[in-house]
Design a protein. Structure first.
Ligand code: ZN
Lengths: 332, 414
């Protein structure tokens, strides 16, 4: 564990608010290598440094603002659906294509095993390197992605497999082709069909949950967010350019949108928060994957207890209740 | 058949028993007029203008009564066919002469003669103006007589410029033309009340759940606190949020109708809009009535964060139940329908009707242009474009909306 902490997990990418942390990490690494070379006993020194490193982590991550949360959620080293696929799921059998137009790499679908259960995995894919990112369109799906997801989810319904969706998208792609092929219609169709699919649906927002693009595969019985993921109606940049008339107020917009896991939980939008390891999922991907897997298995187990019709009714009631308003008494 | 000339303009046909055609004709005329008078359905009194003619209650009833009387009299052979023609002419000519009307409006209010003595003194000092205004008062039309408070939200001013063809047009003409430009057929944006009034039979729309009001649960504030924007929009529109929904009749067919009001926060969907749409859907499901939603929206309401995002799921889930119950949902898309509203209920209509040249899309054109960094093709994201791409069933002119909707309702057997 300690070895993990000291080797910088950030792939050379630095978040501005993590800079002192990373400096400390470098110091520790230097000292370790130095100790290895010279054979000097500097354990106490190292322990001290590590302690201050941990306390600094706690301090920084304990009061992470909304904007910094977004930075963590977008961290290039943050585990993506492909990583969770590798670490939480086994025997993945990918299914391609929407049978209408094409295959969208931004949404990954296929059968998989999680713990003792068979399931259908639907996940946004962002891609690790530049080539892959371009292929996945940076995790921004086209309509065919949503149609593919729906098609496979219907398969899962047919064979009684639970559906697990991993949400990680800045939003659905706003392009000419996407519009012409009915981006809005594809998402709307998914919302409607997912609300009545006769099987268990679990959703986890693992990174970014941007607007309709996230919701398009995110309607289900249980919904959780990772601690430093964000989920909202619009990206803070988009919100800032509309409401503040400038893209520069994204940090203010992020604060105002209340898009963190905690806020979403408070407003009843999600059912649970999966806590991240100290310092974010990118520091301990394995530990994170372990927690994610546990959550999935536990919730599938719980949901399997309900009869399917009952389940669909409960899902409807759950979604039906979301929203805050007042019923004013007529004054007259 | 005997024709007796009563005066220069007026002659009476005296019917004999052998005038079978006229007897049958007048019998039906009478029955239809009575039907109109009793049921409030228009079927005869205005056959030429059928849909784009809206008249107010009292004037309408007067016309109907005239029609009924004349029809009846004709039936009994007491009065002539001319009488019917006269009634018909009366009905159509009673619509105000725009020029005289405009004269009355142009006269500043203080120049109009008042009953008080103060006004009398002004009269002498302002003789020319007041003589003009008194003339205007003499030629008052039905429009003015039955004027209620309904139209107060329309901006003052007699002329307006069409935003598309830039022609100067009479406000009054535009209003009578259902807010469609008389020169270029551009469909101007109208608010929810006007929409409900246009679509429903006169006085048949009953709004529901008007007491639902938004709360600022995120404590949101951009350049202006959300609470203040809500308050000012409420003042502007007279509604607590951007949706007016309720029960009504369209050409005698009972419907649940929901109309979005673009003046209120760009008709964005927050918790209240989502809840009201959902309640409308549930009501339509419960009563097995056709559901008609007229969408025009900037999308989900940012100021309510992910709560408004979830309204997309909520409305869509409710629609799945309507669908399961075999209900009919007609989605009418008008300019502009974008974002989360398009990506939820608006695109889930069993039948989707769009007004001509309305902007309909998921992302706004500016966002797309910024993303793809190129000029968007002409007519991109407009109704006709969507029709071509297969995402809209029909593009329908505003004056035909009522008849098209009722046609679909009939075919669906609702
Ligand atoms: Zn025009």
């Amino acid at each position: 564990m300690t070895a993990n902490t000291t080797t910088s997990p950030t792939n050379g990418f630095e978040l501005d608010f993590e800079r002192p942390l990373i400096q400390l990490e470098r110091q520790i690494a230097e000292l370790e290598s130095h100790a290895g070379q010279t054979g000097l006993n500097i354990n106490t020194e190292l322990r001290k440094l590590r302690q201050s490193h941990t306390s600094m982590l706690k301090k920084i991550y304990g009061q992470l603002g909304a904007w910094n949360t977004i930075k963590v959620a977008r961290h290039p080293a943050r585990p993506q659906s492909a990583d969770y696929l590798r670490m939480c799921f086994a025997d993945f059998c990918e299914l391609h294509g929407d049978r209408r137009y094409g295959d969208d790499a931004a949404i990954l679908t296929g059968f998989a095993r999680v713990g003792p259960y068979k399931c259908l995995l639907v996940a946004h894919a962002k891609g690790k390197d530049v080539k892959e990112r371009i292929r996945c369109n940076f995790g921004m799906p086209h309509p065919e992605g949503y149609r593919k997801a729906l098609l496979k989810m219907k398969l899962a319904e047919k064979y009684g497999l639970p559906i697990v969706t991993l949400v990680d998208t800045p939003g659905a792609y706003p392009g000419v082709g996407a519009e012409e092929r009915g981006q809005a219609q594809a998402i709307a169709q998914n919302l409607m069909e997912m609300s009545r699919l006769k099987t268990q649906i679990l959703t986890i927002v693992i990174g970014e949950g941007g607007s309709g693009g996230a919701l398009g595969i995110g309607v289900g019985d249980r919904m959780a967010m990772l601690q430093y993921a964000w989920y909202s109606v619009i990206s803070p940049e988009g919100c800032s350019s509309i409401l503040w008339k400038t893209g520069a107020s994204a940090d203010k917009a992020a604060e105002a949108l209340k898009l963190t896991a905690k806020d979403n939980f408070k407003h009843g939008v999600i059912d649970g928060i999966i806590e991240e390891p100290l310092g974010g999922a990118h520091r301990h991907p394995e530990l994170m994957a372990d927690r994610v897997q546990k959550w999935i298995v536990q919730n599938i187990r719980e949901l399997k207890r309900f009869k399917v019709d009952n389940l669909v009714n409960r899902r409807y009631e759950k979604i039906r209740k979301i929203g805050k308003f007042v019923e004013e008494q007529a004054s007259a | 058949m005997k024709v007796r000339k009563v005066s220069k303009q007026f002659s009476v046909f005296m019917l004999k028993k052998s005038d079978v055609f006229f007897r049958v004709f007048s019998f039906f005329l009478w029955r239809f007029s009575l039907f109109e008078a009793l049921c409030g359905q228009k079927c005869l009194s205005n056959p030429m203008k059928w849909d784009n003619f809206r008249c107010d209650g009292p004037r309408y009833f007067r016309g109907v009564l005239l029609g009924a009387t004349s029809g009846g009299l004709t039936k009994w052979g007491l009065c002539g066919y001319n009488h019917f023609l006269l009634t018909w002419l009366l009905l159509n000519c009673l619509s105000p002469n725009p020029q005289e009307d405009s004269l009355a409006k142009q006269t500043p209010p203080e120049a109009r003669p008042k009953k008080s003595s103060k006004a009398a003194s002004k009269k002498s000092s302002n003789a020319k103006k007041s003589s003009r205004s008194s003339k205007a008062e003499k030629t008052r039309t039905w429009e003015q007589v039955v004027e209620t408070g309904k139209r107060t939200d329309i901006p003052e001013g007699v002329w307006m410029r069409c935003p598309v063809c830039a022609a100067m047009v009479y406000q009054k003409n535009i209003e009578q033309n259902l807010h469609v430009c008389t020169e270029c057929e551009h469909h101007l944006r109208i608010n929810a009340d006007q929409r409900a009034e246009q679509l429903c039979d006169p006085d048949s729309f009953e709004p529901l759940w008007e007491n639902l009001a938004p709360v600022d649960s995120l404590n949101f504030s951009d350049l202006k606190p959300y609470k203040d924007s809500l308050a000012s929009d409420r003042k502007k529109t007279g509604h607590a949020d951007a949706l007016v929904c309720g029960k009504g009749f369209i050409k005698g067919r009972g419907v649940v109708l929901a109309c979005m009001d673009f003046r209120f926060r760009g008709a964005s969907m927050g918790s209240v809009v989502g809840e009201k749409i959902t309640r409308s859907i549930e009501l339509a499901t419960e009563l097995d009535l056709p559901l008609i939603v007229v969408s025009c929206s900037g999308g989900a309401r940012m100021q309510e964060g992910s709560l408004s995002l979830m309204q997309m799921a909520k409305t869509s889930a409710a629609l799945s139940r309507l669908d399961d119950a075999g209900g009919l949902f007609i989605s009418v898309l008008v300019d502009p329908t974008t974002g989360g509203v398009t990506a939820s209920f608006a695109m889930l209509g069993d039948v989707i009707i769009a007004e001509p040249k309305a902007l309909i899309g998921f992302a706004g054109p500016r966002v797309i242009a910024n993303t793809v960094r190129e000029e968007l093709p002409d007519g991109f994201q407009r109704s006709e474009h969507l029709l071509e791409k297969g995402f809209v069933d029909r593009v329908v002119h505003r004056k035909d909306l009522r008849s098209e909707i009722s046609r679909v309702i009939d075919y669906a057997g609702k």
